[in-house]
Ligand binder design. Sequence first.
Ligand SMILES: Cc1cc2nc3c(=O)[nH]c(=O)nc-3n(C[C@H](O)[C@H](O)[C@H](O)COP(=O)(O)O)c2cc1C
Length: 690
Amino acid sequence: MAQPPVEAAESGQGEAPSGIPHEAAPGQPLGQFVPVEGSVPTAPHLAPAPPQSTVLPAAEAPAAVGPVPAPRDGDPEAVQHAEDLDTRAADQEDQEVTAEESTAPVEEARQSTGPAAPAYDDAEREAVLKVMRERRDIRNGFRSDPIPHEVLLRVLEAAHTAPSVGHSQPWDFVVIRSAETRRTMHELAMRQREAYAKSLPKGRAKQFKELKIEAILDTPVNIVVTADPTRGGRHTLGRHTQPQMAPYSAALAVENLWLAARAEGLGVGWVSFFDEREMVRALGLPEHLEVIAYLCVGYVDEFPDEPELMQAGWSKRRPLSWVVHEETYGRRALPGEEPHDLLAETVAQIRPLDAKALGEAWERQKRMTKPAGALGMLEIISAQLSGLSRQCPPPIPEPAAVAIFAGDHGVHAQGVTPWPQEVTAQMVANFLGGGAVCNAFAGQVGAEVCVVDVGVAADLPATPGLLPRKVRAGTSDMTTGPAMSREEAKQAIEVGIETARDLVAAGNKALLTGEMGIANTTASAALISVFTGTDPAEVTGRGTGINDETLARKTEVVRRAIELHQPDPADPVGVLAAIGGFEHAALVGLLLGGASLRTPVILDGVSAGAAALVARAIAPEVLAACIAGHRSAEPGHVAALNKLGLRPLVDLDLRLGEGTGALLALPLVQSTARAMHEVATFDSAGVTEK
Ligand SMILES: Cc1cc2nc3c(=O)[nH]c(=O)nc-3n(C[C@H](O)[C@H](O)[C@H](O)COP(=O)(O)O)c2cc1C
């Protein structure tokens, strides 16, 4: 009997407490993890490639950039002269620039004399950092106490010392105290609040209903911060290529104001629920101004330690290590650290289920007012959710988001499907327009639909809800060469990891897999054949409903690709590169990313099954986060689920993809977690046990 990966409890328990679903006792429901052939691979060579492997081969590596000549004395713009640029280019060709030289300070020639300007002393520095840490956006707990003029003046002076493009100081501050004006503004904000609430998926809307998003009527002073894009004249230094520098400058004034207010014990709440032009008219502002911020200011009962949105479970703080890159985007490293490989870092964070929380969940299920085991497999899922979150009862996995990764396939050229390739892009447009089955199902179960272009063979216009993360416009034909390079496979995995990070940081408590790619069941069949050791004839299916002749051709294509590449399942990234799809690789990343963030991932059909096999080969404990949403009609999916030891929740002969099966399973997963919270226990309800 396969077991979910279980982490020893902190008390030092080596094994899961009894009752943990490792073996179904008589009368107990069957485990989520059904028999797995062979053993879970743990050999070191299955570990993800070390960081060095991401270093580009010499031919691909970007040319090192030599030191930039220092500007000539008295001519600060000299470095921008055309002749200097020419000289630099020539220098670069002539010189062999060593790595050491390339990191040398740009202004090498300048000799520093005397000591550097002094820093603040420790207490002063700590005061500066403290005000930044403890600044909060406040909507609750305002007091009506008036703000003395000298206090407000200090705050506005701080705002007015902000940096600005070309020193244009484009801001103005309109101080509003009138109850009538505030009522007008409040009405405008309430209208926008309603419109926003209507645009939300149900899971989010429920959360949003509880949130206060403004304190316009609760504060004695409101401040409107504007930006004048014409201020500073026609030749404002630094603005001619980037006109948005004027509003950016005004936003910096807002931050200064916010920090100074915090130091004064004043709370500030920024309200952006306005139609900007409507606001200009309502406030009687000159039409050429832009409104940058509407701020509610007043004394408060307290400043919360964490953002109110975090406290409400709306969002999570992203760690600094996610956002600092060394030299090039993607080489993440905090100062003083070696750049780390995103895949290796993610895998290192994946842990088995927590044995203590698992044990508590199982105990609780027994004490709930129902016969033991009466919720069948849902009891197992609730225990898995507890072990994953290390909490009993576990958080209810709501809100949830389905990530639909879309990509095209070079193997389409082999005639494996009657559908033309452009249908992938057309269906992406359909998802974004809300007209697909996944949209209807997502609407019904209250989930967000997030569409990711990881490799569609068409240029997709920027659209809300679409994440443009194209690695390449479709894979190559796996029957004539590798579908993608190893680097591309890793890049697509990283797209999936980053999607998981974004969706979880945005407050989602469950991730669902979805995918779209004409011809992608061919790649799924090939992956499943390799990882399960099953003959292509047994795992290649009819996909969208192909006839016997096409099925025979498709099976032959899978066989030929495998014979050509001889993929080694001990090298999962290599297998993906040889015969996978960009969406499969991204799904692998989503699973690993979700598991590393201890967030449940509900798997959809055959492509998700194929991706889960790859993910398991990279990090066996990824299964701790995986829940099989449904069993698809594709034969390969059954083989994949058996190999993974996952039992599907829904079995309705679906074969659509798009995350539809996972979406149908979502309410089951949410229901079991909710039952853990809401169902009384025998002791609490005074019900006699048998
Ligand atoms: C540009 C901007 C617009 C914002 N608009 C709103 C808003 O309309 N309503 C609201 O409740 N909070 C708004 N906020 C506050 C953010 O929700 C808040 O800054 C964030 O949750 C982090 O919390 P903290 O500021 O307490 O650290 C806004 C913040 C910024 C920077």
